[in-house]
Design a protein around this ligand. Structure first.
Ligand code: PAN
Ligand code: ZN
Length: 185
């Protein structure tokens, strides 16, 4: 094999930053998270443009393609709305049986799971933690620390996202700060 077959990768990491021409970025601000947090008065006190999380993703195939994989890094800012930690919207996959991996890169948080019977549980996230999210399980992440929480994700390109269910009915439990300790109530 000649060296002309050897090329540089399209993507690389610098610390927890995903770098490459094809990396797409999305942002979620306070105004994009209406109805997610319990304490509406506390929600209204926070500037609606405030950044809550950003996602850098590499989506190498068309959404819905069977057999492909997507990759993303989420950067979730520290903060609380009342006593509830900043968190992602959370979703079931539209193709509900599709699974996903998450892994902790920086900071501390909690990955909250909910099954279709609305049973909720959570796993601590920290640098190096690895989490398997089985199909059929809604997932969301809360930042329980006072620095940025970053985590990786890898999911099938035909998983899709069903945000509707969570937007309407929420999770059956909330992760709140009780005297500096995260409690799932
Ligand atoms: C992740 C999430 C990401 C943002 O890549 O999409 O952490 O969370 P929300 O999508 O709930 O706003 C993933 O789970 N993909 O399937
Ligand atoms: Zn997902």
């Amino acid at each position: 094999m000649s060296t002309s077959n050897i090329i540089n990768p399209a993507l690389f990491f610098a610390d927890d930053n995903l770098i490459g021409d094809k990396v797409e970025k999305s942002v979620r601000r306070m105004k994009d998270l209406k109805g997610i947090f319990q304490d509406e008065a506390a929600f209204l006190q926070i500037q609606e443009e405030k950044l809550v999380y950003e996602v850098s993703s590499f989506l190498p195939v068309k959404e819905g393609t069977p057999g492909g994989l997507y990759f993303g890094i989420t950067y979730l800012y520290p903060g609380k709305v009342g006593d509830e930690y900043f968190m992602t919207k959370g979703h079931f996959h539209a193709n509900i049986d599709r699974a996903e991996f998450y892994w902790g890169l920086k900071g501390e948080g909690m990955l909250i799971f909910m099954d279709e019977q609305r049973k909720v549980w959570a796993e601590r996230m920290f640098p190096g933690s690895l989490h398997y999210i089985p199909g059929g399980i809604a997932h969301r992440v809360a930042n329980t620390g006072n620095q940025m929480l970053s985590f990786g994700a890898c999911w099938p390109s035909d998983a899709g996202h069903n945000y509707e269910e969570i937007a309407q009915n929420g999770f059956a439990c909330r992760l709140v700060d009780r005297n500096g300790v995260p409690n799932l109530i």
